[in-house]
Design a protein. Structure first.
Length: 431
């Protein structure tokens, strides 16, 4: 019988989301040269054979199972790289690609190369129910190592088969039945935040748009000097980078979408659970070990960046101390089922995932890595304005995502530019 294990609660929530809309994690990597097509195909095959989760499908019976089947490789598509922005249209297409989770392979690779171009782009797509951003970064590192012909640098892949789900590795305190009182308090706080958000924003916040939609990408980046100044400022104000990013995005959205009013806004954070599990899970494990926290804060266009960032930082710290990173995962399937069944309110106004310094080398063999971009599919009931952020080559990269049914490109770009001005101090953080 094929190797299988039950999906974890959060993995189930991700798979449920994929039933309602495409829900993929898409990463684009810019390289200094075009790899040989045959070597790339061999590397993709080697990658799949190293990691059982890339050989799996998600089977839905009375509950969902991850089941290893006879998957040989990831499909490779070759496309023309017309200019430096071609990858953006490919990423938008991949964000909308609907995987059949019961029909592997659950992954795709696109190579963008042009006859007159020295650089090339690789785009990798996976269902988010399988992997998180840390896992994708590890896969890219291994893929580049294989392309560079340096297989000996790779550690031997685990022979233990499918990695454990988050639920199996939660600390004892957060396993049944001890979690009940904490769960009741967590659900009470979530309900209070949701009720406040809905009642006070009735007629103000946009409802989930109906009809067709398209994910649109907007990649932005700070310079090295701007990034250094931001890191120093965050340390001076004793707030995390993710709190500063969330605050800047909330203020920018308030300025351009909700001017003249002070409203409660829901925002999403994405705690990485790997180091909190027992035993801790390393970055080399290919699976999904994140969760989603939804919190509420009041925002107006006149808020100061660092004052709002301090409030967000406090709320995030308090949430972490209460163990809500585990509780959010435990209740994630229930939460997503409720959100989709109601289909009347958005999950949040904004969502930022900050992965910190990307552990990807600038160069592997003869291949130099110039840029790394990452996006996660959004949908009408999801956040209104989202971003994946990371530090790479000394710069802060902001990969913003919005829906074309929500706003025009000009508005989305104005929000992104305003966000960058707030983060770099090039604009008064109070209008």
């Amino acid at each position: 019988m094929a190797q299988r294990r039950p999906l974890g609660t959060f993995d189930n929530a991700q798979a449920l989301t994929a039933e309602h809309a495409a829900y993929n994690i898409v990463t684009a990597v810019r390289l200094s040269a075009t790899p040989d097509e045959h070597r790339l195909r061999d590397a993709l095959e080697h990658l799949v054979q190293r990691h059982p989760i890339l050989q799996a499908r998600i089977v839905k019976e009375r509950r969902r199972f991850l089941e290893v089947v006879d998957t040989r490789t990831l499909p490779l598509a070759i496309a023309e790289r017309r200019d430096d922005e071609t990858w953006m249209s490919i990423v938008e297409r991949e964000l909308a690609f609907e995987f059949n989770l019961e029909s592997p392979p659950l992954g795709r690779c696109t190579l963008l190369a042009g006859a007159q171009e020295t650089a090339t782009d690789l785009v990798l797509t996976f269902p988010h129910a399988l992997v998180d951003g840390t896992a994708v970064t590890q896969l890219i590192h291994e893929l580049l190592t294989l392309l560079a012909g340096e297989e000996t640098l790779l550690q031997k892949a685990s022979d233990e088969g499918l990695p454990a789900s988050c639920d199996e590795l939660f600390p004892a305190k957060w396993r049944r039945p001890r979690r009940l009182p904490s769960s009741l308090r967590f659900l009470g706080r979530q309900m209070a935040g949701e009720v406040s958000y809905r009642l006070r924003t009735r007629g103000r916040h946009s409802k989930p748009p109906a009809g067709p939609f398209r994910n649109r990408v907007l990649p932005l980046a700070l310079t090295r000097d701007e990034t250094t100044a931001l890191v120093r400022a965050s340390r001076t104000h004793r707030v995390s980078i993710v709190a500063a990013l969330e605050a800047a995005m909330l203020i920018a959205v308030a300025r351009h979408c909700y001017p003249g009013v002070r409203l409660p806004h829901r925002y999403c954070a994405f705690p990485l659970l790997r180091r909190y599990l027992e035993p801790a899970v390393g970055d080399d494990v290919i699976a999904c070990y994140i969760t989603v926290l939804r919190l509420t804060t009041e925002v107006s266009e006149r808020d100061g960046l660092w004052e709002l960032a301090a409030r967000i930082n406090h709320d995030l710290d308090a949430s972490m101390r209460r163990g809500e990173r585990f509780l959010a995962s435990i209740w994630s399937h229930f939460s997503m089922r409720t959100i989709f069944s109601q289909n009347s309110h958005r999950m949040s106004t904004t969502a930022v995932s900050y992965t910190g310094a990307t552990p990807l080398p600038d160069r592997v063999g003869d291949l130099e890595v110039h840029e790394v971009h990452a996006f996660v599919s959004n949908f009408p009931i999801g956040p209104q304005y989202t971003a994946q952020a990371r530090l790479f080559r000394g710069r802060l990269w902001l990969d913003i995502l919005y829906l074309d049914c929500d706003m025009e490109e000009l508005v989305a770009r104005e929000i992104g530019d305003d966000m960058c001005r707030l983060l770099t101090g090039n604009s008064d953080s109070r209008m």
